[in-house]
Design a protein around this ligand. Structure first.
Ligand code: PBG
Length: 345
């Protein structure tokens, strides 16, 4: 039979049969592979999370995150410069707070002269073109390592915590941060923060909401990096972060955050939750981000260090997967390494 004889009679969604279709034709050469590739990764998609601590010339390795170090501001400035040189649009700041400053109520989070506001001011002064994002949550500042205030029974209080988060976000906005990213999962915090920002004249401060943030075991190495793992001890964050079995609930969370004033939403962790990224993007069509979290980074680094995986190949494949799933960008500890590879082509 002639090739394609029944072509016009089949529904459009049914692919033509072999050998009219040989999908491998387009895979044969790099030029056609490039030509028909649906998703692509660029430096514009990358947000680089960094850990900062007080002091001068301090650089501390984070053993569970090979290649990641906690840096004092003087050593962070050259990193910011690298982001600019490589074209990485935004750096996300996470503080490792001096344990002596941690309290039950995490009040250091609202100190206008605290570590984060100081670093934000310095970065925006030196590199105004580099976007700076700060986390809004209390866990780096509390003795118990929870993201919010805790009552006598150990329950994380919602509305009382939101009041503190609003203050924290305002302090960050006043220091000049470009994007605040509430990662605490309290109900109603996006609306409260948005109102306070507007009332305070911070109409340009963007909110990237950690909207679908799951109670995940993949955050372990991050908790080492900010020094909250030992504070948290054997407790967990299941009374506010989402249950890993849920998917419809993620859509409700995202809908609420958009209605409350989020400019961008996020799904976290990343690779194990790509189905959520896809559902969120399809449903809402808003700027959607994914966080390739510390545990995902640690897994790939560990396997690569053992020679079990090809480091650069899995790094680029995992980042491309976020784009394919519908993400507009990725927070990733690989940002600088990936940007260097992208530049080399
Ligand atoms: C804190 C926060 C966490 C991460 C980002 N912000 C940890 C947590 O919720 O315990 C995790 C990031 C990572 O694992 O890379 N609210």
């Amino acid at each position: 039979p002639a090739l394609g004889c029944c072509y016009r009679t089949v529904p459009l969604r049914t692919p033509p049969a072999f050998p009219a279709a040989r999908p491998r034709r387009l895979r044969r050469d790099e030029f056609t592979r490039r030509l028909v590739r649906e998703a692509s990764l660029s430096v514009d998609d990358l947000i680089y999370p960094v850990f900062v601590l007080d002091g001068q010339k301090v650089a501390q390795d984070v053993p569970s995150m090979p290649g990641v170090r906690r840096l004092s501001l003087d050593l962070l400035l050259p990193v910011a410069e690298q982001c600019l040189e490589l074209g990485v649009p935004v750096m996300a700041l996470f503080p490792a707070i001096d344990p002596a400053l941690k309290t039950d109520d995490g009040r250091e989070a609202c100190n206008p002269d605290g570590l984060v506001p100081r670093v934000v001011r310095a970065l925006k002064e030196r590199f105004p073109e580099l976007g700076v994002l700060t986390d809004v949550a209390l866990d780096p500042y509390t003795t118990h390592g929870q993201d919010g205030l805790v009552d006598a029974t150990g329950y994380i209080l919602n509305d009382e915590t939101v009041e503190v988060l609003v203050k924290q976000a305002l302090v960050q906005a006043e220091a000049g941060v470009d994007i605040v990213a509430p990662s605490d999962m309290m109900d109603g915090r996006i609306g409260a923060i948005r109102q306070a920002l507007e009332a305070g004249g911070h109409i340009h401060t963007r909110i990237m909401a950690y909207s679908a943030k799951y109670a995940s075991a993949f955050y372990g190495p991050f908790r080492d990096a900010v020094g909250s793992r030992s504070n948290l001890g054997r407790s967990n964050k299941k009374v506010y972060q989402m249950d890993p079995g849920n998917s419809d609930e993620a859509l409700r969370e995202v809908a609420m955050d958009i209605a409350e004033g989020a400019d961008m939403v996020m799904v976290k962790p990343g690779l194990p939750y790509l189905d959520i990224v896809r559902r969120v993007k399809d449903e809402f069509r808003v700027p959607t981000f994914a966080y390739q979290v510390s545990g995902e980074y640690a897994m790939l680094k560990a396997a690569a260090a053992n020679g079990w995986l090809d480091h650069d190949a899995v790094m680029m494949e995992s980042l491309l997967a976020f784009k394919r799933a519908g993400a507009d960008g990725v927070l990733t500890y690989f940002a600088l390494e990936a940007a260097r590879l992208l530049r080399r082509g």
